[in-house]
Design a protein around this ligand. Structure first.
Ligand SMILES: *Cc1c(COP(=O)(O)O)cnc(C)c1O
Length: 342
């Protein structure tokens, strides 16, 4: 697939040729308030990669080629025991024969479940090191010390920050805006609103910067902040803006879409789950046919529902499903305990 200019020229040859970069978009049936003047669509970012959570794939589109060509012998990943990023990247890198080690925040629960179990299946003990929650604020320095130690043994190592926060993901995350434009023209309609969720905010930043490059000031973008706050988002946005100016070699067009931040409507603390979120997971599955991960996607869709109940939407609406069914596997017993009566 080629992209509209100026994106094609900018990123066309910086992306992995084999990884998926197109996701489909279809009507969303059930769960959200249905109204003829506001048709609802869902973009299936979850289908980009069956083994990694959807939105991460766009970061990998450009991160993987950069790592493959970097000449580094070891890639050090950082994240929680249940990090979707560490699990997704580990699979892609190991399957390409690259040597990976992970610095993992020691989980509160030492039963091997969910992503922690899957990660342990992929990496032997000598490639997993645990850092206590108390020491976690210094994890970047701990990783650097490990890289220095390896280098004294002649092993060049590169460190990937939590959530994949790096300049190398920029070309990949710009693809989302072009893919939404493709969906919109295939469906023959213009979305009035996009509803997405964010953790580090990097994927949403990619959408917003991609829209600016393409000269799009619509649709309006609503962001459910599963983690972080608007100030943190703005700081990261400014950093990616600088990187984008370096990539394009010129100033980015100023016109930009309107952005609104939303707090999760329930279980607002990052990573937390409660009865409402578990019950909504069941309700979404029964009403829409979609199996969604509770930590991001269910919280997001529930928040969108609450917002739409407060203020009825008008015009075509696009909801992004950025997560994936794999994200359910750490919650099997919690979900089983909330099986509805009817
Ligand atoms: C990482 C992730 C996000 C958010 O991505 P960011 O780019 O960090 O904002 C959303 N949903 C799921 C399921 C994720 O794993």
């Amino acid at each position: 697939m080629s992209f509209p200019e100026p994106l094609q020229q900018l990123i066309g040859n910086r992306l992995d040729r084999e990884l998926n970069r197109k996701s489909r978009c279809h009507p969303l049936n059930g769960y959200l308030p249905q109204c003829p003047s506001a048709p609802l669509f869902i973009k299936r970012e979850d289908e980009l990669n069956a083994n990694a959570v959807g939105t991460k794939q766009r970061k990998y589109l450009s991160l993987i080629p950069t790592l493959e060509h970097s000449g580094n012998c070891r890639i050090i990943l950082i994240g929680s025991a249940h990090s979707n990023n560490v699990l997704g990247l580990t699979q892609l890198l190991r399957s390409r024969g690259l040597d990976v080690s992970a610095l993992i925040k020691t989980p509160g629960n030492n039963a091997l479940t969910g992503n922690h179990l899957l990660l342990s299946m992929l990496l032997p003990d000598d490639r997993m090191a645990y850092v206590s929650p108390r020491e976690w604020p210094e994890v970047a320095q701990i990783a650097q010390r490990e890289a220095d130690r390896l280098s004294r043994h002649g092993v060049r190592a590169v460190i990937i920050s939590e959530g994949g926060d790096s300049e190398a993901v920029l070309p990949g995350i710009l693809t989302l805006a072009a893919d939404v434009q493709r969906n919109s023209s295939d469906l023959g309609l213009e979305f009035r609103d996009i509803w997405t969720d964010s953790g580090t905010g990097i994927s949403a930043i990619g959408l917003l910067l991609g829209m600016r490059l393409l000269g799009l000031t619509r649709p309006r973008v609503h962001i459910t902040q599963i983690a972080g706050d608007p100030e943190e988002f703005r700081q990261r946005y400014a950093r990616f803006e600088t990187w984008l100016e370096r990539l394009t070699g010129s100033a980015i067009p100023d016109p930009r879409p309107e952005v609104r931040f939303l707090r999760p409507a329930s279980a607002a603390a990052y990573g937390s789950i409660n009865k409402t979120i578990l019950d909504e997971s069941w309700r979404i599955a029964r009403e829409t046919g979609l199996l969604m991960d509770p930590v991001y996607s269910v919280k997001h869709l529930y928040t969108v529902k609450c917002e739409m109940q407060l203020q009825a939407p008008d015009g075509p609406q696009l909801i992004l499903y950025n997560g994936g069914t794999l994200g359910l596997c750490g919650f099997q017993s919690a979900l089983a305990s909330r099986k509805p009566m009817v």
